[in-house]
Design a protein around this ligand. Structure first.
Ligand code: ADP
Length: 153
């Protein structure tokens, strides 16, 4: 079984995240979207909401699971027998950041490969920070999140 973990904060999950998962699906038998819980970090949306929104987005796909975890991503991967970490690369900032994490993870767990996907052109500009800004200022961010997600709910 080829299992990939797609780790992230997903605060909130966006059309960019959704696209990465859907496009990566043919490469793996199962993708686990894993919401990392970092005690040091403040989130805008509660964990349960973020989880339910992602579940609703992939309700039609039995090979997509949604979980949460604490601690090192590689330890979580081992606990669910995943040999792949899936990440998205939008720009050079992502590249530098992701390179560091991927190389570190490779040192910690040689059996785990990080696999990167680029967003399509029209989804490149979408990120959770912008969506949080729009919501905080009373705007409508529905165009940037999957159709199953109602940010006001
Ligand atoms: P983290 O806090 O771990 O960066 P995010 O939820 O912000 O979590 O992002 C999770 C992953 O999704 C990261 O690999 C990020 O690069 C990727 N990602 C975020 N937005 C997009 C997008 N619009 N297109 C493709 N990948 C994206």
């Amino acid at each position: 079984m080829k299992i990939a973990v797609f780790p992230g904060s997903f605060d909130p999950f966006t059309k960019g995240h959704e696209s990465i998962v859907r496009r990566a699906l043919p490469l793996f038998d199962q993708i686990i979207i894993a919401i990392g819980i970092n005690a040091e970090k403040k989130y805008m949306f509660p964990l349960e909401k973020r989880e339910n929104w992602i579940r609703a987005t992939f309700a039609d796909l039995p090979n997509v699971r949604v979980e949460n975890y604490t601690g090192l991503t590689v330890n979580y991967c081992r606990s669910v027998k995943a040999n792949y970490i899936l990440r998205g690369l939008r720009n050079t900032v992502d590249l530098e950041f992701e390179k560091g994490i991927a190389q570190l993870n490779k040192t910690l767990a040689t059996e785990i490969e990080t696999v990167f996907m680029m967003p399509t052109l029209e989804l490149s500009a979408i990120n959770s920070t912008i969506i949080r800004d729009i919501v905080r200022n009373g705007g409508d961010a529905s165009a940037f999140v999957p159709s199953a997600i109602d940010l006001k709910n």
